[in-house]
Design a protein around this ligand. Sequence first.
Ligand SMILES: [Fe+2]
Length: 179
Amino acid sequence: MAEVRIRNTDERISGEEKVRAFLDSQEVLYEHWDANKLPQELQNKFVLNDEEKEQILKTYDAEIRDLAARRGYLTWDIVALSDATPNLEELLKKFENVHTHTEDEVRAITAGRGIFIIKGTDDVGYFDVELEAGDVISVPENKPHFFTLMDNRQIVAVRLFIETEGWIAHSYSDPQFNK
Ligand SMILES: [Fe+2]
């Protein structure tokens, strides 16, 4: 299950209901899929061929279509990142900048871990959402954030889009953010 860390106070929020309530208060959607639906051999695999990506999408077809119907997503795909990804360091450097999109950024983690750093309301400031397999998150449009990997540097996620152009990153320079 996801865990939240508020950067200003180092307060941690855990437990599905508390995490959901906090993220709700920040207008961040949080849901959870059954990570064990995925065939065992795909639960720990981070280099995927097209067939395996298709298998993941098929496994979660009902969940994907339900989310898409509720929230208007029209296309989806699989992203897999690990130390085997060419130019991972460069990619992470590119990722690790606060930015916004005109479309929400939705990710359903199917294997591994990842972390979203999000600018909350003024009283909260920036907070981290640490995600693991089964966690589904949507960062609202125009909310400053960035995504990066955790120490294990391995993740597989479903990405859903209304239109792929909506997901272009606009950098957001914020003197209040310090890493
Ligand atoms: Fe983003």
